[in-house]
Design a protein. Sequence first.
Length: 202
Amino acid sequence: MSYGSEAAALNALLSIFAGFWLIILAFFVLNIVAGWKIFEKAGQPGWASIVPFYNSYIRYKIFWGNGWLFFVPIVCTVLGGIPLLGTLLVIVGVIISIVTLYKQSVAFGQGIGFTIGLFFLNPIFNMILAFGQYRYFGIPQDGYSYDQMKQKYDTYKAAHPAQAQPQYQQPTQAPAQPKQPAAPVQPQQPAAPQQPTDDQAQ
């Protein structure tokens, strides 16, 4: 093999290698942009998606209603080295992560099928959510935040003022009828003395 053919083969190999890394870089950048847009669709600052740990906090906040739950999978992973208990904790962490993907799917109006896609092809399906015509509907039913619950209650209270906060009412009773005073007892007149008869006079 001549020097020219070896150089051509090396250049072709370098071109393939460079193209591969360019594809990975473009994929990585698109994934960052997708996370940014997903956060913005959920009403959160997009830059939070690129901040370590804080992005997990926001993620659990918009899908669970409580951002501090992001510590649970971390703790389960850290304690995974404990015999027996560690294995159970790792399984719990994996289940929570899968449920989080399901909540993400439901929050954007999707279901189990989209959850499977997020599990196996997470970056691609994140891009679908970010760049597609998908709208954030809020935290799923079992994970309303306190602010949303309060807002829903205030809205319901304004629409149903008589039902939003029922008041306890004591049972009404008919007013007692005043007692009629008893009729005064008339004093008895003494009996008139009897007149003696003729026989008694004799």
